[in-house]
Design a protein around this ligand. Structure first.
Ligand code: ZN
Length: 621
């Protein structure tokens, strides 16, 4: 297997976030500074500037001049500042729990019952059982005379006596028939290409319907998040999907059935697999092998690992009735608790002391068809959770791989989060294929390539940053967050998009003009810090002790982190072309590293964790 270096790593969290009352905006004390930092950033890698997502990614302009709006730049500076000062986790989805794919090892199909939707409106969703399930192979439908079955169609079986063996139609045939006494569920089998696929049919009955619990609907809708179906449903009107043998969704080739693209709504007559308890549906699946929610949210993991202080300033868990803020919220402002819609939100908010102007862009750009980002989701606990020292082996016969959120590795105390995510500042190297460039054919319609403008190394961004009523120590932290090289030589700030491709590294030249106290209004001459003096000024004014996480931040900010020769990219199975899903799926690695329960098919059941940011050797294989 070719080795690889994961494109991102983590800067570890502080033990606790230090919060103090902010200085406020009334009056200017004599020991505080105000002034302007003029900044000229120079790109040392390609830059993907502008905003937007999906196919719509554009650079803003003011009067014909291409610019980066202030807030975008401020966000990049603030991200560094948060990591540097050990501040709160302002932008994090505290409720996040990943969705995992069902695993072949999960033997929980026994309780599933085939049922059709019999009522679906704003208030009610109910199902009725489809009895005597018979699985029908695709080639028992008479093609192309009757057309292929679509999920929810009525079908009729021509089943001579003895033709149904252990729930499977072994002889006879099936037809799509509006008067048929059965309904068919057409689903992706997920089986290997060319193997026949079978669809479940069940006899329509007149029994009592089962109402669905609200939780079952909510879990079903959540399980769609990030799925290929969700992406398809968002881009297409057609909710039926053609599938060929092997379960592969196709646009061409022999169509064996039409499955439903799940979009979170329910249609009367559509079959699902459901679990029923006390006459109520408690689980809904569009196929036997589906997706399930993991357990223990981000917030839960922070709290249970004594990291509650990392919750955003203003959050109920860190609010003690008076405004106390982490270093970043003091300097850049705090929006207060997001989930708090009442008047208290204002009380918990704070206007910052730093104002970042828009930056003008001077440099060459060229069009690039950006490869889709096949990044593994945070659901991969191999890389996102703290799995402890060394490898963890799934020795007990558990049903779920250790890489899942909520596996046996989370029993007792759920694993903590590894830290703040940072991408290595490494682009494709000379001689390597440009991993940012889309290659090959569009083999998967759910992964959209984007046509973007990419600015070349050497591009210059010029802006002015104003600061009001800050301490010299705060100014020193701000300067480091604009130009990390003032603290650690050879480091860069990362701005813009495409960071998984190594884009966005900038060096900076800074010049500071400032007054002390009310000096500006008294007509004092301003003081100056030239770029060449800034490192020395920062050194004598920074009042932070050496932090445990600084070596991590220094390494991930290095323009050349000296990672070795393996390509910096997601695991590849080496099939197909870089940029295609076949190449990027890394199926072999994910299977090998997930800590599966030992079985005949999987010998190595060890959970492989990401190296620490400071580890010299970052290669995985
Ligand atoms: Zn904060």
């Amino acid at each position: 297997m070719p080795g690889f270096i994961n494109p991102y790593t983590f800067v570890r969290f502080p033990e606790t976030v230090a919060r103090t009352p902010p200085a406020g905006h009334e009056g200017i004390s004599d020991d505080r500074l105000m002034g302007t930092i003029s900044v000229e950033f120079t790109a040392v890698s390609r830059l993907l500037l502008g905003s937007g997502s999906g196919e719509d990614f554009s650079v803003a302009s003011t009067g014909g001049q291409q610019v980066i709006p202030g807030p975008g730049l401020k966000g990049a500076i603030r991200s560094f500042h948060e990591a540097f000062t050990g501040s709160c986790l302002r932008v994090i989805d505290l409720d996040f729990v990943p969705v995992h794919r069902d695993n072949l090892n999960v033997a929980d199909h026994r309780d599933l019952v085939l049922a059709e939707v019999v009522q679906s409106d704003d208030d009610h969703l109910s199902f009725r059982e489809l009895r005597d399930v018979v699985w029908v192979r695709d080639d028992r439908f008479r093609f192309p005379v009757d057309g292929e079955p679509a999920s929810g169609d009525r079908v009729k079986l021509q089943a001579p006596p003895g033709s149904v063996v252990r729930g499977r139609l072994t002889s006879g045939s099936a037809t799509v028939d509006p008067n048929g006494d059965r309904r068919i569920l057409v689903a992706d089998s997920g089986a290997k290409v060319d193997r026949a696929m079978s669809f479940a049919t069940g006899r329509i009955t007149a029994g009592d319907p089962w109402p669905s619990s609200a939780e079952a609907i909510e879990r079903f809708v959540k399980s769609l998040e990030g799925s290929a179906d969700a992406k398809l449903a968002a881009t297409r009107q057609d909710v039926r999907r053609r599938i060929q043998r092997g379960g592969t969704a196709v646009e061409t080739g022999p169509v064996r059935g039409r499955r439903r693209v799940e979009n979170g709504t329910f249609t009367v007559g559509q079959p699902y697999w459901v679990k029923v308890a006390n006459g109520e549906v408690t689980e809904i699946r569009p196929s036997l092998m589906w997706r399930h929610l993991g357990a223990h949210s981000v917030e839960d993991r922070l709290r249970k690992n004594d990291k509650s202080s990392l919750l955003p300033c203003g959050h109920d868990a860190v609010w003690n009735g008076t405004l106390e803020l982490c270093p970043s919220c003091q300097l850049f402002g705090s929006a207060g608790a997001k989930d708090d819609e009442n008047a208290e939100t204002e009380q918990r908010s704070y206007r910052g002391h730093v104002f970042v102007g828009e930056a003008t862009i001077e440099g060459d750009s060229s069009g690039l068809q950006l490869a889709p980002l096949g990044s593994p989701s945070p659901g991969a606990a191999q890389f996102y959770l703290d799995n402890g020292e060394g490898g963890t082996t799934n020795t007990v016969n558990r049903s779920r791989p250790l890489a899942e959120w909520g596996s046996s590795a989370d029993s007792g105390k759920p694993r903590g989060l590894l830290g703040r995510k940072f991408y290595w500042a490494v682009e494709s190297r000379p001689g390597e294929a440009d991993r940012a460039q889309r290659r090959g054919v569009a083999d998967d319609p759910t992964r959209v390539a984007r046509d973007v403008q990419v600015f070349s190394p050497g591009t210059q961004l010029t802006t002015r940053i104003q600061f009001v009523n800050v301490t010299p120590a705060q100014l020193a932290e701000l300067l480091v967050s604009i130009k990390p090289a003032l603290k650690w030589e050879g480091t860069v700030l990362r701005i813009g998009g495409g960071k998984p491709f190594g884009f966005g590294s900038v060096t900076a030249a800074v010049g500071v003009t400032f007054w002390k106290g009310k000096g500006r209004y008294l007509g004092d001459e301003p003081s100056r810090i030239e770029d060449g003096e800034a490192a020395e000024w920062v050194k004598s004014n920074l009042d932070l002790d050496e932090k445990a996480w600084w070596p991590d931040l220094k390494r991930v900010s290095a323009q050349d982190p000296e990672l070795g020769d393996a390509p910096v990219w997601y695991p590849s199975d080496g099939n197909g072309q870089p940029g295609t899903s076949a190449f990027d799926s890394g199926f072999g690695f994910w299977k090998r590293s997930a800590g599966h329960p030992p079985s005949a098919r999987i010998q190595n059941s060890e959970l492989i964790s990401l190296p620490e940011a400071t580890d010299q050797d970052q290669e995985l294989n």
